[in-house]
Design a protein around this ligand. Structure first.
Ligand code: SF4
Length: 299
């Protein structure tokens, strides 16, 4: 904390950073936070600047591409490199404003020996955020623990809250149809949400709820190690890419993401309201199929 004072981070930002560190301790990440080697940034005195803050200053998405994707200079990722800085600008200005907080996923590394049951056990009867107050069930996630394809939505709705399973309502039925059209079964993929408890009145999850709950999703992704993470809707895409840009700006584009690829498309609930958008989503899913070597289901 002394080093943060030396580089001029404001008091409230420092408190928030301390909250992060406490949360990291709770997740068993304490040694990671304390033990990371300083990174060098031209013009910065890395001996006194916390590495997460340096990464944030450079743009969380760009930093992620640098550190987590050694193959990022290959031809297949060229487009990603040009897109990432654009997203980083939006993220740095809107998601991590005054004080340049440690970015959520820059500060989050893989936990050795983690498993889905351990993550579920860690969640427990969670009361970490206010969404616990009105929930019926925690909706952890469902599917193949070795899935090559992982779908991420924003949060449980009414049906999911009752059943304790993601995407089981009308939008869930449409997602199942989409999965089957890709030549897969629902049980072949993994399905999870950014937050695991239903937001009241089906509102979008709020920033503090996302910040509190999404590390569990990140652990699930790290354990499953899918080849493709497909974000369904703005909330999931903006959370994982740490951007405030509208999904229509980057829908259907590929991003490097924690050793695999990430693509965003529209949420099935949006398709129920706007059926013409199904053709756009199908184009995105065809890209996923091509990447995974899938053939469409024969009718
Ligand atoms: Fe806990 Fe996540 Fe539910 Fe919040 S949404 S109470 S963090 S499980």
């Amino acid at each position: 904390m002394d080093s943060m004072k030396r580089v001029g981070v404001g008091a409230s930002a420092q408190e928030q950073a301390e909250d992060w560190l406490r949360y990291g301790e709770e997740l068993g990440l304490g040694p990671y936070y304390r033990g990371r080697a300083p990174m060098h940034l031209p013009g910065a005195d890395s001996s006194v600047t916390p590495p997460a803050l340096i990464a944030n200053a450079a743009g969380p998405v760009a930093a992620a591409a640098d550190r987590r994707s050694p193959e990022a200079s290959s031809s297949g990722t060229h487009r990603l490199q040009t897109m990432a800085p654009k997203l980083a600008v939006a993220s740095a200005s809107a998601l991590a404003p005054a004080g340049a907080l440690p970015s959520l996923f820059e500060s989050f590394d893989r936990i050795v020996g983690d498993t889905l049951p351990v993550i579920r056990e860690d969640i427990g009867d969670c009361t970490r955020c206010k969404l616990h107050k009105a929930r019926t069930n925690i909706v952890f996630g469902v599917g193949n623990s070795k899935a090559e394809l992982l779908f991420v939505g924003e949060g449980p709705g009414h049906d999911e809250d009752i059943k304790g399973e993601p995407f089981v309502g009308r939008a869930g039925k449409l997602l199942t149809q989409m999965i089957e059209a890709m030549g897969l079964r629902r049980e072949d993929v993994y399905i999870a949400n950014v937050v695991k408890c239903r937001p009241p009145e089906n509102r979008l999850p709020e920033k503090d709820e996302i910040t509190t709950c999404s590390p569990f999703l990140m652990r699930q992704i790290d354990v499953i190690k899918p080849k493709v993470v497909c974000c369904l809707g703005s909330c999931a895409a903006q959370t994982l890419l740490q951007t405030t840009q509208g999904i229509s700006k980057f829908r259907g584009e590929w991003f490097d993401f924690r050793g695999g690829k990430l693509i965003a498309t529209y949420h099935p609930a949006y398709l129920l309201r706007n059926p013409p958008a199904k053709s756009e989503v199908w184009k995105d899913l065809q890209k996923v199929m091509s990447h995974l070597g899938l053939q469409p289901r024969k009718r």
